[in-house]
Design a protein. Structure first.
Ligand code: PMT
Length: 219
């Protein structure tokens, strides 16, 4: 890890969950806190990169001066923000836990309990941000995804690596202690599209971020 090895590079990062509105007071979300994505942003910025961090709703703040945060709520907003900065970036790292489904309708007023049957919420598929960017990727751009799995970890990671046209995927499994949502640590295995497999020990998310950046630089 060198101090300035990302100088002159622009890095686009997604972090946190997305919220998909059901009505003015409710949403579909997930347990992502943004810690992993923000750690990658801090690490990239500290190594000289210009960082654009597209962040879902989280309680974190960016510390480094050269991190530009774009706050979004839904998957659709996250996609729109990413599309603005993707063409001009050298590296894109998709760390957000994007909701795969959103309600077809968002009720204009709070859905009431009294005098109503339990509602059935119809869902539609959200856009796949990583896959959309993967389809537009130009020579020289590096696109990195994450895979959060509960089972068949390696197979699923390899499927996502190929289907989203990624150069690298960072697998974390909810079966590993100290890995995944909310923790200050993570345990990852990195797979590259050229067939490398790099397993790592459990370590702080900032140190995981450094491992990911090192792996990208070595590509
Ligand atoms: O935020 P923390 O609390 O620190 O937790 C970190 C984390 C567990 C959220 C993070 O390490 C992580 O694994 N992020 C990816 C979570 C995820 O949604 O994984 P996935 O396997 O469902 O998605 C695969 C890849 O496609 C990911 O790069 C994801 O960002 C991307 N994706 C998924 C769905 C979608 N509609 N659009 C996407 O871009």
């Amino acid at each position: 890890a060198k101090a300035d090895d990302l100088k002159g590079r622009k890095v686009l990062i997604t972090a946190g969950p997305t919220y998909e509105r059901i009505d003015p007071v409710r949403f579909i979300g997930n347990y992502s806190t943004g810690k992993m994505g923000y750690a990658i942003a801090e690490e990239a910025a500290s190594r000289g990169a210009e960082v654009v961090l597209v962040s879902g709703p989280v309680d974190l703040k960016a510390k480094h001066q050269s991190i530009k945060i774009i706050s979004v709520e839904s998957a659709r907003e996250m996609l729109e923000a990413c599309e603005k900065d993707f063409d001009s970036c050298d590296i894109a790292i998709m760390c957000a836990a994007v909701a795969d489904y959103a309600p077809v309708h968002c009720a204009g007023t709070k859905i009431k309990r009294e005098g109503h049957e339990a509602p059935v919420i119809e869902l539609k598929k959200n856009p796949d941000i990583a896959k959309t960017l993967g389809a537009k990727k130009k020579a020289g751009q590096i696109l990195v995804g994450f895979a959060l799995e509960t089972d068949h970890e390696e197979t699923n990671a390899h499927t996502k690596l190929a289907s989203k046209n990624l150069d690298m995927i960072v697998l974390n499994s909810l079966r590993d202690k100290g890995a995944g949502f909310g923790t200050d640590t993570n345990k990852v295995t990195i797979f590259t599209s050229d067939g490398q497999t790099m397993p790592y020990d459990t370590k702080s998310k900032r140190d995981v971020a450094a491992d990911i950046i090192n792996a990208i630089i070595s590509l």
